[in-house]
Every structure is written in C-alpha cells, then in structure tokens.
Write a protein that binds this ligand. Sequence first.
Ligand SMILES: [Zn+2]
Length: 254
Amino acid sequence: MNSLYIIIFFIFGCFLGSFFAVVGERLPRNENFIISNSHCNNCKHRLYFYDMVPVVTYIINKGRCKYCGEKIPFMLPFVELVTGLLFAVSYNSFGFSYDLFIALGVVALLMVVLVSDLTYYIIPDEIIVFFIFYFIIFQFLKGGINMMSTHVVTGIFLFLLMYFIMFLGEKMFKKESLGGGDVKLLFIFGLVLEPILGVLSIFIASVIALPPSFYLLFKNNDHMIPFGPFLIISFAFIFFSKITTYDFLKFLGF
Ligand SMILES: [Zn+2]
C-alpha cells in the first residue's frame, strides 16, 4: 500500500511540477497562468492534454514542440521530474500529516523560485505572499497559535538578519549584492525552520555560491548570478535532511 502511495505522489508531483514551471515562467511576465489555454511559447499553438504529459511528451517529441519544432527548455522536464521525486520523498518521510503539507509547500516554493529567479532574476511578490499564508496556516493547524507565532518571530529574525547582511554587502562592495526577493525569502524560511537552521541555510547557500562567483570573477565577467537559487536549494536540503537544531549544535561541539 505504501509503495502505491509513493507512486501516486510521484505522478501527482510530475503534473504539479508542470504547473510550477508555468507559474514561475509566466507570473513575472504578468501572463495569466490559470485561465489562458496552454500554448507553445513560440508558435502559440494550443497544447492539448495529450501534449502535456510530464516528461513523457518531452521524450516522445525529442525535446521539441510537436507543431513548430522549437526547442523546449530542458528546465521543464527537469522541474517535472524533480517535483515528482520530491513529492514521493515527502510522502515517504512524513506520511499523511500536516508536515506532509509543509513538505509539499517547500517543494512548490523551491521549484517556482528556481524557475523564476533563474529566468528573470526576480522572485515575484505574489509568490512570497502566497507561501507566507500557506505556511502560517499549516503551522497553525499543526501546533496552534504558539507554534505559529514562534515561527512568525523566527521569520522576522531571519528577515532582519538577511537585511543586515545585504546592508553590509552594499557598504563593502558599493553595489547591490542581493535582491529584495532574497531578504523576503528568509522570512518564509523562518516560517518553516528553527532560527539556527535558518542561519545555517544562509551559510550553506554562501558556501555553494562561492565557486561559481569566483569563476565569474576570474573570467572578469560582470554577469550577475542570482543568490535566490542557492538559498532555496540549501533551505530545501536542510528541510529534507530532517537535521535538528540539537544535531547541528552537537556537530559544532556545543
Ligand atoms: Zn510551437
């Protein structure tokens, strides 16, 4: 029975992944993503249900639009597949519980932010607001008003910490180092993680962002890389690793 649910969550996740990719790709352009029909971005040909089977369509049509032959970004099947896998992992880790809904929210946030930040270098405010409400509601259902308010305070703490880091960065490098979206993202992290683990997520994100940053610096490339994807990946990693504040402090030798 358990493995049946894992498969169902995988398939469900692949379909929702398709939706997350569309939201992340269209919302920053203010294009409607719910009412308008699905269509090819290049030839505008309407896509029917059988043209949109996650991953499968991409493989059958060899990564191209069936109607005009335009290449479909690899991001799409990638997001579909990873969402499916992480939905399956979420169910396997949390079973049917409020934590499962929090986990699915983490996956949704991860995917939408990745697509939008990598494509347009922005994290739309609509996304931020939606997930603030989403996580506040589920923390309330899970642990009542106490747990909810603890997480809101944690969110404010992490938001201010990130704001301070951004402020320092701008003073030191005399240019905008982080986007406002990254700072707002930290408020959401606080709605999910404990404070110390939220700080850890900033640290891990900075460490994994270093090699590509040095590479660009070395190549004298002024191209900027968004910090959001590093933040969101380290956040999801910490969440799914199920590491606790206790484990982390013990690891540090406290
Ligand atoms: Zn097309």
